[in-house]
Design a protein around this ligand. Structure first.
Ligand code: SF4
Ligand code: SF4
Length: 55
């Protein structure tokens, strides 16, 4: 399992990339989750200002 990004809501602010403890997020035009490395901690879900990430 990994979190999902709603690309319509993502503004590419980078907050989730900064917050992820295992560097499983890369933000370019939108946030991309590295599903292999995501540990489902939920930090990015809490940090995203636009509620673009869900578990
Ligand atoms: S749930 Fe945790 S490990 Fe997974 S992408 Fe978000 S911050 Fe990173
Ligand atoms: S914190 Fe939310 S809006 Fe910002 S880059 Fe990540 S998913 Fe996109």
């Amino acid at each position: 399992m990994a979190v999902n990004v709603d690309k319509e809501k993502c503004t590419a602010c980078g907050a989730c990339e900064e917050a992820c403890p295992v560097e499983a997020i890369k933000v370019d035009e939108t946030a991309e989750i590295d599903e292999e490395n995501c540990i489902d901690c939920g930090t990015c879900v809490d940090e995203c200002p636009t509620e673009a990430i869900s578990e």
